[in-house]
Design a protein. Structure first.
Length: 62
């Protein structure tokens, strides 16, 4: 199995998404592990679906 480009890494207070290719953090800090977002980023990369998932996870923080 190939190495995934985007992975969730646990940090104090939640999770952040790490970009293995860019070697940097991607996106915001999440309190809940963004499993569906990671699956979409590593899979089909449908822009509309990624945006919808980002909005959903941002709303969960509030």
């Amino acid at each position: 199995m190939s190495r995934r480009r985007f992975v969730a890494r646990g940090i104090p207070g939640g999770y952040r998404v790490w970009d293995n290719r860019g070697k940097r953090w991607w996106g915001d800090h999440y309190e809940v592990c963004p499993d569906e977002l990671l699956a979409e980023l590593n899979g089909a990369r449908d822009q509309a679906r990624v945006v919808a998932l980002l909005k959903r996870y941002r709303a969960m923080r509030r």
